[in-house]
Design a protein around this ligand. Structure first.
Ligand SMILES: Cc1cc2nc3c(=O)[nH]c(=O)nc-3n(C[C@H](O)[C@H](O)[C@H](O)COP(=O)(O)OP(=O)(O)OC[C@H]3O[C@@H](n4cnc5c(N)ncnc54)[C@H](O)[C@@H]3O)c2cc1C
Length: 310
């Protein structure tokens, strides 16, 4: 661990945290790829007050940050992450619904929020039942599917900034949401989000939920992956391009382009992040050589030299 992280670790030890600050905490295991190394420092916070105390300390240190949600859109390098990882605990999983407004914690699971919104007779969030991430991660990524995205329903979020120690409310426009991107930086922790849905007078919500879950089962693989690896280029699909260059099912070491959906990469049990990364690069190279299209990673690369971090 470098000097900056050691100094932060010592300062965090002075903060009364339910779980304390851990060193070399396994991180790959917290991701859906289930590969990759450890976080140099890791804290799981169990209340907003805990997080604010942590942010008060981190604001005095110059280290790299990563907020991890359900780890369903990231790949952790085998050498791990040389920074502080923050994870929101169960206290951030609350969901409350008043009229058409759904307010939930940053750690709330998207399928849970989607189901509760349908039970409350609302429409506009049913698509999220098939996305295995947290609400905070969905805000950061402007997650979407089935022709919808977070941007359409998001009203505002509460953010704790690990680099300044401040807590503030951001409106939907402050977030500058675009295709699988936002203005949120690795130092920003989304602790709560409010969404404005609409009343569903067709009573078709439960059936739509079932159809979406079924569609996912039929069209996407389960197991160790992080969903779509690359964003879709304008007017095309990354999966179609990868299939067109003959890479569906292609294996490299412990990683394989899914035989069910070519824009998914499956990692083997006890697989290596380096293999997933090398396969991503191979796919990018071949697709560019044969089609001219440069595929961009949707997956957030954590701890890889030269890649944008969390
Ligand atoms: C089988 C499968 C299907 C998927 N289908 C879809 C889909 O249809 N559409 C889609 O958009 N995505 C899809 N995904 C990707 C993923 O589920 C979404 O991007 C999800 O929103 C990520 O949430 P997460 O909590 O897992 O985030 P993580 O993977 O933990 O993190 C992703 C990014 O969000 C940041 N982040 C996480 N939590 C917070 C927080 N509280 N505050 C600030 N930043 C945070 C992280 O730092 C990182 O930059 C799929 C993934 C899988 C495995």
């Amino acid at each position: 661990m470098n000097d900056a992280l050691l100094a932060l670790s010592e300062d965090l030890e002075q903060v009364p945290l339910v779980h304390g600050c851990q060193q070399e905490h396994p991180l790959g295991a917290l991701s859906t790829y289930k590969v990759g190394g450890s976080a140099a420092l890791f804290v799981q916070v169990e209340s907003l007050e805990e997080l604010q105390k942590v942010a008060g300390v981190t604001s005095r240190h110059d280290v790299s940050f990563l907020v991890i949600g359900r780890g369903s859109n990231l790949l952790v390098a085998d050498q791990g992450f040389a920074g502080l990882v923050v994870q929101l605990g169960a206290a951030f999983e609350t969901v409350s619904i008043e009229g058409p407004t759904v307010t939930a914690g940053g750690a709330a699971l998207l399928p849970v929020v989607a189901r509760q919104s349908v039970q409350a007779g609302l429409k506009g969030f049913v698509w999220a039942v098939g996305v295995p991430g947290s609400l905070g991660g969905a805000v950061r990524m402007n997650a979407g599917g089935h022709g919808a995205e977070m941007k359409e329903v998001l009203q505002s979020v509460v953010v704790v900034d690990l680099s300044t120690g401040k807590t503030s409310q951001w409106s939907e426009s402050d977030l500058a949401l675009g295709y699988r991107q936002s203005a949120l930086k690795p130092c920003h922790v989304v602790v709560e989000a409010s969404m404005l849905l609409s009343m569903d007078d067709t009573a078709g919500g439960p059936q739509e939920l079932t159809q979406i879950v079924q569609w996912r089962r039929n069209n996407q693989p389960g197991g160790q992956n992080a969903g779509s690896v690359f964003t879709n280029p304008a007017h095309d699909s990354a999966g179609r391009l990868i299939e067109s260059v003959g890479l569906k099912g292609h294996r490299l070491g412990t990683a394989e382009v899914s035989t069910k959906h070519a824009n998914f990469i499956q990692a083997d049990p006890q697989g290596r992040a380096d293999d997933v990364y090398a396969l991503m690069q191979l796919v990018q190279k071949k697709v560019q050589e044969e089609t001219g299209v440069i595929l961009q990673a949707e997956t957030v690369m954590v701890g890889f030299v030269g890649e944008h971090g969390g």
